[in-house]
Design a protein around this ligand. Structure first.
Ligand code: SAM
Length: 279
């Protein structure tokens, strides 16, 4: 019988955030696939656990994925961990999950620490609808294209960013979204120096021009304001009816068509057309 793949989230700062279920899964798994075995070893020591660790990270995932899959198909249970947070979210793991899913292996994700959700929750921005955009590319052209594709995005947008790239990223964002766009900079979450700076892109640029950003950041940016479309007026309806009649449509059909196009009741369009004809 095939084994299973467990996705085990680990603390993003505060070691107290490891759950009983995560600890139990790490203890019971046959082996652990870890992004960096040295980081995971520290966690295992903290938990007082000993287990066989294999490395699974960005640059060996193509070859190691199949090795891990074969072990699972042979009946072993694997617990996948990344350096911090939820595996497969801007972390190695996405490909292993795909591989296992395609091979019919059961994948079980244990809920737990995740920077994107922790940041959104305390951002003070709208949480009803949001999109996670991960890291921007380091290539200038693709990061610009990525940001431009979001210019009309009305949902709250969440980005991961490294401190040494933060200022450039904020500047790029301000040039696309405008410097008045609200942003919550969620820093060092769950750690001693946890901080949320609620400001605008312009305000954040001013701040980090004075003092270099330190620590880990999640940027939570307000979506673009909803476009308010002007509702069609009786005058619009009368103009459209006249246009359609001019093009050769019967008056009756022109009223019907206009009502449909402008999403107005037929009697409103009829009255508007009549009044225009009488003037
Ligand atoms: N899979 C992880 C998760 O979703 O929690 C994220 C891994 S990703 C490689 C690392 C990025 O997550 C960092 O560059 C930062 O943007 C964010 N991050 C992780 N821990 C954080 C923390 N304690 N405070 C703020 N941001 C954090």
């Amino acid at each position: 019988m095939a084994g299973m793949l467990y996705l085990v989230p680990t603390p993003i700062g505060n070691l107290g955030d490891i759950s009983i279920r995560c600890r139990q899964t790490l203890e019971e798994a046959d082996f652990i696939a870890a992004e960096d075995t040295r980081v995971t070893l520290k966690l295992m020591n903290h938990l007082g656990l000993k287990k066989s660790l294999v490395s699974y990270y960005e640059h060996n995932k193509a070859s190691k994925g199949n090795v891990i899959l074969d072990r699972i198909l042979a009946g072993e249970t694997c617990a996948l961990v990344s350096d911090a947070g939820s595996p497969a979210i801007s972390d190695p793991g996405e490909d292993l999950v795909k591989l296992c899913a395609e091979a019919g292996v059961t994948v079980c994700a244990i809920p737990g620490p995740c920077a994107v959700i922790t940041a959104l929750s305390i951002s003070g921005q709208s949480t009803g609808r949001f999109c996670f955009e991960g890291f921007l590319s380091t290539a200038k052209k693709s990061r610009r294209e990525h940001l431009e594709s979001l210019v009309d995005e009305t949902r709250t947008m969440i980005f991961y960013e490294a401190p040494h790239k933060l200022l450039t990223t904020l500047q790029d964002m301000a040039s696309v979204f405008g410097s008045e766009r609200p942003v919550s900079l969620c820093r060092e979450l769950t750690k001693l120096h946890e901080e949320v700076i609620r400001t605008t892109l312009g305000g954040a640029i001013a701040l980090y021009t004075q003092q270099p950003p330190k620590g880990e950041f999640v940027l939570v940016i307000a979506g673009a304001p909803e476009q308010v479309h002007d509702l069609p007026t009786a005058d619009d309806a009368a103009v459209r009816v006249a246009e359609l009649v001019e093009e050769g449509m019967s008056r009756k059909d022109a009223i019907k068509q206009t009502a449909k196009e402008l999403n107005l009741p037929k009697n409103v369009v009829y009255d508007a057309a009549l009044q225009a004809e009488e003037e």
